[in-house]
Design a protein around this ligand. Sequence first.
Ligand SMILES: C[S@@+](CC[C@H](N)C(=O)[O-])C[C@H]1O[C@@H](n2cnc3c(N)ncnc32)[C@H](O)[C@@H]1O
Length: 242
Amino acid sequence: MYHCNITIQKVISKPGILASTKRDLSIFVYMEFFPEDLQAYIEDHTEPESDLLQQINRETHLHVLKPRMLSGHLQGRVLSILSHMIAPKNVLEIGTYTGYAALCLAEGLSHGGKLVTIDNNEELSVRTRKYFAQSGYADQIEMIVGNASSIIPTLNQNWDLVFIDADKENYGNYFDLVIDQLRPGGIIIADNVLWSGKIVDASKKDKDTEALRDFNDKVHMDERVQDVLFPIRDGLMILRKL
Ligand SMILES: C[S@@+](CC[C@H](N)C(=O)[O-])C[C@H]1O[C@@H](n2cnc3c(N)ncnc32)[C@H](O)[C@@H]1O
C-alpha cells in the first residue's frame, strides 16, 4: 500500500473536490510519490488551473465515474508546458475522458495546429464536447468517438505529439500504431506507467499491470526512441523518436 490515508486526506482537502460519501473514498486512492506537505508545496508553486479546467476537474469528480482518470492540476500543467515546448502542429490523444488533458495539450498548439482525441465512451462525449465548446480551442480540437485501435490506422497524419492514456492492455499496440505516424523528433507521452507502484510489486499479476510492464520494457528496448520515465502522479513515460 502506498500512503493511502495520506492520499485520501489530501484529495478530500483539495479545494473544489468533494467526496460525498465514505464509499466514494476508495475511488480517489492513487499513489503519491511525495509526502503531503511537499506535494502541496509543488502544487502551490505550479501555475493554477484555468477556471474551465477547475470546473472540469470539479464536475468530473462530482458527476462522472472513475474521476481519478482525469490528469489533474500538476500533471495537466506538465502536459501544457511540454506541449508549449514542442509547439506541435498535430497532436493525437488516445483516451479523451472529460477532455481535461486534451485542453492542457491544446494550450501549446502552434498557430493553425490541431488536436485529435479519441474515446470509445459515447455517453461521456456530450459532456466533453460541451467543455471543448466552452474553451478557446473548439475549432482546433476534433473528437472522434470509437475504438482507438480501429481509428488510428485511418488517420493519415504526421504527429508531433501523442498522448497515450486509454486502456492499458493496448498501450503496446498503440505504440506500434503511432510510431510510424510520428515525425522524427516527435514525442509520445504515456500515462500511468507506474500503475500506483504495482509495476514493481511481483505479486500483482493482473492483466493491466502485466500490460504496463510489457509496454515499459518494450519501449525501453526499442532503439527508435529515447525514453525517460517521469515520476509524476502515476508515472509518465516520455519517448522521443530518433
Ligand atoms: C484515463 S481516461 C483518459 C483521461 C484523459 N486523458 C485526461 O487525462 O483527462 C481513459 C479513457 O480511455 C477511454 N478508452 C478506453 N479504452 C478505449 C479504446 N479501446 N478506445 C478508445 N478509448 C478508450 C475510456 O473511455 C476513458 O475515457
